[in-house]
Design a binder for this molecule. Structure first.
Ligand code: NI
Length: 136
């Protein structure tokens, strides 16, 4: 979707601007406008998440599939949260480890609750939740 751009002026102390330009290079932004837009969106997503607004994201899990109780527990939890889960992808990483990527969408609090329950399962070696805005 093509959105109309608006221009506005920003005044910053020289030192802060220097740090900002270094940040822009480190993060790979093309210019200051793109970097400012990225920071604003990130802040809005974080606010939306903490207020329980709609977010979308992914829960990533790594676990040892030889521990059957881990697999069963993860499945039970996912069935309890069917409304929050959009889809899932299972990758057999190596002989022991499975990687599971679960796409999620819904109110921030529900997404967080699901991720926390999955992370808390004994036998899960690594778990992350990354969220972005639901696009609105
Ligand atoms: Ni597997």
């Amino acid at each position: 979707m093509k959105r109309k751009l608006s221009r506005f002026g920003v005044s910053l102390e020289g030192e802060l601007l220097g740090k900002f330009d270094a940040f822009i290079r480190a993060e790979g932004y093309f210019n200051r406008s793109q970097a400012i837009a990225g920071l604003i969106r990130k802040e809005f997503v974080s606010n939306e998440f903490s207020r329980g607004g709609a977010v979308a994201g992914a829960v990533t899990l790594v676990y040892d599939h030889h521990r059957r109780e881990v697999v069963n527990k993860l499945l039970d939890i996912q069935h309890d949260h069917g409304a929050t889960i959009i889809s899932g992808q299972h990758v057999h990483l190596d002989h022991d480890n499975c990687l599971e990527i679960i796409a999620v969408k819904g109110p921030g609090i529900k997404v967080k609750t699901l991720a926390d329950r999955l992370k808390a399962v004994k036998g899960v070696k690594h778990a992350t939740l990354s969220v972005t805005s639901a696009g609105k």
